[in-house]
Design a binder for this molecule. Structure first.
Ligand code: ATP
Length: 355
């Protein structure tokens, strides 16, 4: 790796005409050449907004964004040129009607690459995504995973300096997701591409990225896990709570008002099988859910994802899972102490709502 691809300083962006108040505020961010950066955060954290800024599709309202040492917004032409070097693959990439080959060669044609060089690039890109020899296949019959891989090949054929991906594995099953991760690693290895991708999946980020930027509510947050919920806090003077969904409360000690983000360490969450016959947890912060994913973090520990009113991730010893009869699809009760809730990202007093 050499040098920096991006350098951001005091960047701010808010959507004009947006009904909900959201602003992305980043004090600093540096992305090294040839590295992989993951943007991790819950829905609405600002991951896509940041990707759009890095793709020069949105212009920062304030602050300084440098791309390869230059201001991409210095002139209109500079932004157009910069966009050639930073290609964004959206959540649901669109393939044109016709064959995979036409799709993958599209950008190369626009850039007027000689035909033999374009052909070689198309072949290389398709080989990388394990679609060797698929040039002539129509896109109409592709599965979601194949279409996603064809879209990545189209982006990779351009050999951009930077590949920006918005939740690249969101529509893929676990096995295809892992293959996609391998493709991204290979692109970095083979062509020195810098990759920035967004994900909700902390394990994927830890597996794939050299560094992770955690975002919540448009702000950088300094922690290394998920279970991150934002809302406007209410208080009775002794305890406070947010309701990420109507009627669903996360309770924490102390008197807090205003907009806050609450974070719960996955290691602090306990799980019991809902119909296991054992004592049913009571008190605040008890949630019902279903185990939607389990994966080994190391030989002794599993990361368990549960879906219910809220999605939680808990890390538990494998022994405890076996002893408690907790398995995939099992209905569970989750609980954590109010004192386990970390409150971060509190807005300044003037932004708080009246009590
Ligand atoms: P997700 O994981 O759900 O995709 P995200 O972290 O990518 O979320 P963004 O899509 O960047 O988050 O959205 C951040 C905030 O900006 C949200 O509150 C969203 O509603 C708002 N937002 C996004 N796009 C626009 C837009 N074009 N106009 C107004 N508000 C927008």
């Amino acid at each position: 790796m050499s040098g920096l691809v991006y350098r951001l300083k005091d960047i701010g962006y808010s959507y004009p005409y947006a009904p909900a108040r959201f602003s992305l505020d980043l004090d600093s961010l540096e992305v090294p050449d040839g590295g992989i950066l993951a943007l991790v955060g819950p829905n609405g954290a600002g991951k896509t907004t940041l990707l759009m800024l890095l793709a020069f599709l949105l212009r920062p309202a304030r602050g300084r964004l440098e791309f390869l040492g230059r201001d991409p917004w210095a002139t209109d032409d500079a932004a157009v040129l910069a966009r050639r070097d930073a290609v964004l693959l959206t959540h649901h990439p669109y393939l044109f009607k016709g064959t995979i080959g036409v799709n993958v060669a599209f950008g190369l044609k626009i850039r007027r690459l000689p035909e033999d060089e374009a052909g070689a690039r198309v072949r290389d890109a398709l080989a990388l995504v394990e679609l060797d020899g698929w040039e002539g296949k129509p896109v109409s019959g592709l599965s979601a995973g194949q279409a996603q891989r064809a879209a990545i090949a189209r982006a990779l054929a351009l050999r951009p300096r930077v590949l920006l991906l918005d939740e690249p594995t969101a529509n893929l099953d676990a096995a295809l997701g892992l293959r996609m991760e391998a493709v991204l690693r290979e692109a970095v290895h083979a062509w020195g591409t810098t990759v920035v991708f967004s994900t909700h999946n902390f394990s994927q980020a830890s597996r794939l990225a050299d560094s992770i930027l955690y975002l919540s509510d448009g702000q950088r947050v300094e922690f290394s896990h998920e279970n991150c919920y934002s809302g406007t806090a209410s208080t009775d003077g002794r305890t406070s709570w947010i309701e990420p969904k109507p009627g669903v409360r996360i309770v924490f000690p102390g008197e807090t008002r205003g907009h806050v983000t609450c974070v719960i360490d996955p290691a602090e969450i306990r799980l019991v099988a809902a119909d296991g016959g054992g004592p049913v947890p009571s008190g605040p912060n008890v949630f019902r859910g279903r185990v939607s994913r389990m994966e080994a973090m190391d030989p002794d520990t599993a990361l368990v994802r549960t879906s219910g009113d809220l999605v939680f991730r808990a890390t538990l010893p494998l022994r405890a899972l076996e002893a408690g009869g907790i398995s995939l699809s099992r209905e569970v009760l989750l609980t954590f102490e109010p004192g386990s809730v970390r409150v971060v990202g509190e807005r300044p007093a003037e932004a708080r709502e009246p009590s």
